[in-house]
Design a binder for this molecule. Structure first.
Ligand code: DX5
Ligand code: ZN
Length: 226
């Protein structure tokens, strides 16, 4: 995938929640383009993290945009609160939204980038009707809920299928984001498959130097894209 800029989005789910500001600053020193913020409600996924108040605090310290990933059962109820808190990109799961067309356009009308997320077991066909409307697509390459899980290899074919689907819908500007189990050993393959935004949690924050880990991942991704 020559000539496209690949963005790195460190996921704070693997950071020290007692020192989120320092974690964000370290990732930015390493060249992070976005900060990936995982919102888990203990219902759609078997884990609980943060809500709008924490996003608001992060917005006060982050220099790069906040990429907020909603893993919650009722996103429609909270979209406005997360946008007010400072989300610049907001993604919602297709598996929980019967009125996805309405939700995506509602998010866009609030002036932020709207993305749709697919779990590993969800087929690309599920987003065919909305493909022309979304600003980005997030492919889960692990089952959502935790950091530090193993990358699911079939995600590569899924990325290629979604790229074709978006291009067929005339939405070739919409980037594909990947989330789960990414590190320097597999980032080249996902970029080669068509990914333009790379989320990484444990590969960055479960290391002695998150700034250096962010830079290493960014360099490995850039090597394929250039
Ligand atoms: C999982 C989250 C991911 C996770 C990625 O539900 O959506 O963003 O934090 O962490 P790693 O990179 O460790 O798999
Ligand atoms: Zn995520």
């Amino acid at each position: 995938m020559i000539g496209k800029r690949v963005r790195i989005a460190p996921s704070i789910l693997s950071a020290d929640f007692a020192a989120l500001g320092a974690a964000i600053a370290a990732a930015e020193r390493g060249g992070a383009d976005l900060i990936h913020v995982d919102v888990l409600d203990g219902h759609f996924v078997p884990n609980i993290t943060i809500g709008p108040p924490v996003v608001k605090s992060m917005k006060q310290v982050a220099k790069v945009p906040l990429d907020v990933h909603l893993m919650i059962s009722d996103p429609d109820k909270y979209v406005e609160a997360f946008v007010e808190a400072g989300a610049d990109m907001l993604s919602v799961h297709v598996e929980v939204l019967p009125h996805l067309h309405r939700t995506i356009n509602f998010i866009k009308n609030l002036g932020v980038k709207a993305g749709v997320v697919l779990n590993p077991s969800t087929s690309p066909v599920a987003i065919e009707e909305i493909a022309a409307e979304v600003d980005f697509v997030l492919v889960m390459s692990v089952n959502p809920g935790f950091g530090g899980q193993k990358f699911i290899p079939s995600s590569l074919q899924k990325v290629s299928a979604i790229r074709r689907l978006l291009d067929r819908a005339g939405n070739d500007g919409a980037p594909i984001e990947i989330d789960g189990g990414i590190d320097v050993s597999n980032v080249a393959r996902v970029v080669d498959a068509g990914v333009e935004i790379v989320v990484a949690g444990s590969a960055i924050f479960h290391t002695p130097d998150p700034a250096a880990a962010t830079k290493a991942l960014k360099d490995a991704a850039a090597a394929v894209a250039s």
